[in-house]
Design a protein around this ligand. Structure first.
Ligand code: ADP
Ligand code: MG
Length: 315
């Protein structure tokens, strides 16, 4: 007998993710009842993945489950928040228990890793679309913003931006065919299973002046941070972390304009830059200046960066 909507929710999503004491009422009623930490600000984020737009048709459902939560946890990380609860709006073309089981374990394993409870959602029929909201908390008034950078602040990035885009190119057979299979798999995993920088975001609360997560490409997201802060950014291209398995020339376009990294890009007043250098897996890649826009510094020469951030509605 085919699974109905309610059996489906019951079987795959009633006990998905972490158990939390602050969930008074989770999946099953008209709404969830959640106890918010007294005195904290609530951090609310939402991100949607559409098949064929945000991931290739026929992707591994475990990866889709992981990514649908990871992209939201990355937004929480960029605010310096502690993630607590998630909602999942699932639109499915049909009910396939094997697909749902793999999807729910990809979502649930990452949720457990970050202590997030799935507390509700919605299930409908239609083209495969995953809408996720995550709610979390941050000390009142302390949440990181894009708008706090000032001229003179040092610019940092976590991880190695560009690896996810290189991995997607490999998955789609759009390049990197001459790399050994094992090295391609490492890059592909960056796209399929991004690791949101939640602990780093929280560590940056007393240190960073501004923060954004890189979803649409380093240069494009840096331009957003600079514009929100009313500053210019100088990006030292030669300081960018090189992608594993690629040389500097092959790395460059992925590092500057690739998307889907879910790394953090952040600014720090010079007096606190040394404290940030002590954090794991962060690289200093430039500084903020007076003015506007993004300037690339490369081989001693400067040039204005082309804006190549991804825009769903750009013609
Ligand atoms: P309503 O019609 O009142 O919105 P539903 O029948 O859609 O309620 O959902 C029943 C319960 O199951 C609700 O608590 C809802 O939050 C939850 N739910 C529905 N779909 C999902 C899902 N994909 N993941 C988690 N919880 C879900
Ligand atoms: Mg209802």
């Amino acid at each position: 007998m085919p699974l109905g909507e309610f059996q489906l929710i019951d079987r795959f999503f009633r006990a998905c993710g972490a158990d939390r004491d602050d969930v008074r009422l989770g999946v099953g009623d008209d709404g969830a009842l959640l106890r918010t930490p007294p005195g904290d600000d609530l951090v609310a984020v939402s991100d949607t993945l559409v098949e064929g737009v945000h991931f290739p048709q026929g992707s591994d459902p475990r990866s889709i489950g992981h990514r649908s939560l990871a992209v939201n946890l990355s937004d929480i990380a960029a605010m310096g928040g502690v993630p607590r609860w998630a909602l999942l709006s699932l639109t499915l073309p049909s009910v396939d228990p094997a697909w749902l089981s793999a999807f729910a374990s990809g979502f649930g394993d990452l949720a457990i890793e970050h202590g997030v409870a799935l507390v509700g959602g919605d299930t409908t029929r239609g083209p495969l679309t995953l809408g996720v909201q995550v709610l979390g908390s941050v000390a009142a008034g302390k949440g990181l913003r894009r708008s706090g950078a000032r001229p003179g602040d040092a610019l940092f990035v976590s991880g190695r931006p560009g690896e996810a885009a290189a991995g997607l190119a490999s998955l789609m057979a759009r390049g990197l065919a001459d790399l050994p299979a094992a090295e391609r798999r490492v890059l592909e995993a960056r796209f399929l299973y991004p690791q949101p920088r939640v602990a780093l975001g929280q560590a940056l609360l007393p240190l960073a002046s501004a923060c954004i997560d890189i979803s649409d490409g380093l240069v494009g997201d840096l331009a957003k941070l600079a514009a929100a802060s009313g500053c210019a950014a100088l990006l030292e291209v030669d300081a960018l972390p090189r992608l594993s398995a690629l040389d500097a020339v092959a790395s460059r376009p992925y590092a500057l304009h690739g998307g889907d990294d879910y790394e953090l890009l952040f600014t720090v007043p010079q007096a606190r830059a040394a404290a940030v250098m002590a954090l794991p897996d962060v690289t200093r890649i430039g500084e903020m200046r007076a003015g506007s826009g993004v300037t690339l510094l490369e081989g001693g020469r400067t040039s204005a960066a082309a804006h190549a951030g991804f825009d769903h509605f750009a013609g």
